[in-house]
Design a protein around this ligand. Structure first.
Ligand SMILES: [Zn+2]
Length: 412
């Protein structure tokens, strides 16, 4: 019989050494040039840190946004790391990244930290970061209606194989009638009231971009007011275009539900908040479309328990990640423990949601510690129940949590 100490060591090693397949990020490869965000100034101007800084500084929103990025980074460094202790999770993350990269922060000197990053070359830096994060692949968020991103898809021929694609379609589901103009400009005959050939043209748009991107899934972020089904254009486009094509192409449709956009528009990207969402809509979506596969994460802590219960009821639903405001150690631990108790190995504990490449270093370092802690407790409980725990069992569970549950769901 393995001892408790042995079990905890096995789990810690397995979780640390198993590469992760990060199923949702906002990252881009080096060939996407300015879309690839990396380095200390991008880390410091992450929207989480902007929101935290604006609580503590007298600088006006207008003055902040008129600064260039390096000035913004200096203000954030001064406010959150010098004038206050960087104890928030987002601040701690920056320090973990620097520590893992071997950058000395003992003098709290931003200039010195910047010198390290000035020496890095993007292509090689991607290798360094993937290695430190022990990450095998990341899934991007690819929006063909974004003109800058579309430009790259129309010109770049081959992309770094570690960067997988996901077709993000928020405007196509949520921005009617306005999105009709955008689709029309791209050569799809769309009308704002969905009349005539519009649905067929939306399908053609989706098929063209599935062909071009070869995505792992189709995705949309939805507000807490989202209901399914209802009489909205969102339901019609979903039922008549998105779900039939996702079915044909065997692609999961991923929903991230619960973001209330722009509760403070002055904060721009940092101005979104959380609202409680409707789990009944998730039930109806999964039950009403049994031949579709769904992935779901919800932003409100209040929704996370009922979402785990929903996954018990619908085999076509994969629950994933601790999203955004839930991505804090206390809540990650609570959610991971609860999900493990309700769902065993059949969920994906975490995704990074990284916008800045370097962030996968800290997001996976911090999350791995928590996943390992909860997993070890569960295996110790199994041993106490008389189950002969083996190292192979532990390795398999670690692989399922970090990649297997997701990749097997894609193949189903
Ligand atoms: Zn995201």
């Amino acid at each position: 019989m393995a001892s408790e100490c042995e079990i905890r060591n096995w789990v810690a090693k397995a979780v640390e050494q198993t590469p992760v397949f990060d199923l949702h990020t906002h990252l881009y490869p080096a060939s996407f040039e300015k879309l690839m965000l990396w380095g200390i100034d991008e880390l410091l101007t992450y929207h989480y840190l902007i929101a935290e800084t604006m609580r503590l500084t007298d600088v006006s929103y207008g003055d902040f946004w008129s600064m260039d990025k390096s000035r913004q980074a200096e203000l954030i460094w001064q406010t959150l790391f010098i004038d206050h202790a960087p104890i928030s999770e987002a601040c701690r993350g920056v320090l973990t990244v620097l520590e893992k990269l071997g950058v000395d922060t003992s003098r709290r000197d931003l200039g010195k930290i910047r010198k390290f990053f000035a020496k890095q070359k993007p292509e090689k830096y991607v290798d360094t970061v993937f290695k430190l994060a022990n990450c095998s692949a990341v899934v991007m968020t690819n929006d063909p209606l974004d003109p800058v991103e579309r430009g790259y898809w129309e010109s770049v021929s081959r992309i770094d194989d570690r960067f997988k694609t996901a077709l993000r379609i928020d405007p196509v589901l949520l921005n009617w009638p306005k999105v009709a103009d955008q689709l029309s400009e791209l050569g799809y005959k769309a009308k704002g009231n969905l009349s005539g050939k519009t649905i067929a043209e939306v399908r053609r748009f989706l098929e063209d971009w599935i062909d071009r991107l070869d995505p792992l899934y189709v995705a949309c972020s939805l507000p807490p007011t989202w209901r399914y089904p209802d009489k909205s254009f969102t339901t019609r486009v979903l039922d008549e275009a998105v779900l039939p094509i996702a079915r044909e192409r065997k692609l999961p449709f991923a929903i991230m539900v619960g973001v209330t956009r722009q509760v403070n528009p002055q904060l721009k990207l940092a101005g979104d908040a959380v609202g409680k969402s409707d789990i009944e809509s998730v039930h109806r979506l999964c039950a009403g479309n049994p031949d579709n596969k769904f992935m779901c994460t919800m932003l409100a802590r209040e929704n996370t328990h009922e979402l785990a219960v929903a996954a018990r009821k619908h085999r076509n639903l994969l629950v994933f990640g601790c999203w955004w405001f839930l991505n804090n150690p206390s809540i990650i631990e609570e959610m991971t423990r609860m999900r493990m108790e309700l769902l065993g190995e059949s969920f994906v504990p975490q995704h990074s949601d990284a916008r800045v490449l370097d962030q996968i270093i800290y997001k996976w370092s911090h999350s791995r510690q928590i996943i390992a802690k909860v997993m070890a407790d569960k295996y110790v409980d199994l041993a106490a129940a008389g189950w002969k725990v083996t190292r192979q069992d532990i390795q398999r569970t670690a692989e399922n949590f970090l990649s297997g549950t997701f990749t097997k769901f894609l193949e189903r």
